[in-house]
Design a protein around this ligand. Structure first.
Ligand SMILES: Cc1ncc(COP(=O)(O)O)c(C=O)c1O
Length: 289
């Protein structure tokens, strides 16, 4: 496994300050560590080029706005990403952008880029597909709008619940999770967006879940929808209920790192899949820069 690369955003170092990931680098009083008070992005880099970088910077900015967090300029992020990728020199990498509210009382955010290898497991699941559990998130789909302080549309560092849901799935012979809302809507995975497809003769329809239902707007879903529209697909934006997943011609979980993973089973029940549509969507994904 190549060593993880760290590049801190630091006004004294315009290209970013490289740091040793084998040594401690954060203060124990950093609010990111003590309160999970911060935000992040994960993106894929291929051959040294970050994919959909503007979409990730835009989502980082909207997360920062929701948390009222000061964010370094886009140019500083791009420079630090380049520094990290030049140092990593592998054909595939996960690039994380992280910002915390900083050390207690310092009033300055802590911001860094982390470049690391892709786990083999995520590549394997693209091919093999997923067994998924439907798990209740306990919120209704109108909560995000009623209670903005819950930060439901932000990609915050508080991912312990998402990771716990994945562990629960693994303990119950599944690979992943699709969350449902208290009012019975399909939401998203802990680290992915949900897509379904319907074929009706020559018409192909790609549908995702309702974007204002407290989910994280996926950059992969957004880019894939734009490419699918250009390729003649019809698009839809929910709302979806679990019965729609069983009724669809195919279901996928999509995200920046794992890309498109077909869902094979939901709660132990085999669902429809469509290898041709999976290949077509993979080809569209490959065109996204
Ligand atoms: C909760 C959640 N939903 C959706 C996604 C998919 O987003 P993207 O396609 O931008 O990776 C992620 C990505 O990590 C996520 O954490």
């Amino acid at each position: 496994m190549p060593q993880t690369i760290l590049v801190f955003l630091d006004p004294a170092h315009p290209a970013g300050r490289l740091a040793d990931s084998r040594q401690p680098q954060l203060f124990a009083t950093d609010l990111g560590a003590t309160r999970g008070d911060g935000i992040f992005e994960s993106l894929l880099a291929l051959d040294g080029r970050p994919r959909k970088v503007q979409a990730h910077l835009d989502r980082l900015a909207s997360s920062a706005e929701l948390l009222e967090l000061e964010l370094p300029a886009a140019a500083a992020w791009l420079a630090a990403i380049q520094t990290g990728l030049a140092e990593f020199a592998q054909p595939e990498a996960i690039v994380k952008l992280l910002v915390t509210r900083g050390v207690e009382d310092a009033g300055q955010p802590t911001a860094w880029v982390q470049v690391a290898a892709l786990p083999e497991s995520s590549k394997a699941l693209r091919e093999k597909g997923l067994d998924v559990l439907l798990l209740d998130r306990g919120y209704d789909s109108g909560l995000a709008e009623r209670a903005p302080w819950l930060l439901l549309g932000a990609k915050t560092l508080s991912y312990a619940v998402n990771m716990a849901a994945l562990r629960y799935a693994h303990q119950h012979d599944a690979d992943d999770v699709i969350f449902t809302s208290a009012d019975g809507r399909v939401l998203e995975g802990p680290t992915s967006s949900v897509l379904i497809a319907h074929r009706d003769g020559a018409v192909k329809r790609l549908i995702t879940t309702q974007l204002d239902s407290g989910i994280l707007p996926g950059t992969t879903q957004g880019a894939l929808f734009a490419a699918a529209k250009d390729a003649g697909w019809e698009l839809g934006y929910g709302p979806l209920v679990p019965a729609d997943l069983f009724d669809a011609d195919a279901v996928w979980l999509v995200s920046s790192i794992r890309l498109l993973a077909p869902v094979n089973r939901i709660d132990g029940t085999e669902i429809n899949h469509d290898a041709e549509l999976t290949a077509e969507l993979n080809a569209l994904l490959a065109t996204i820069r």
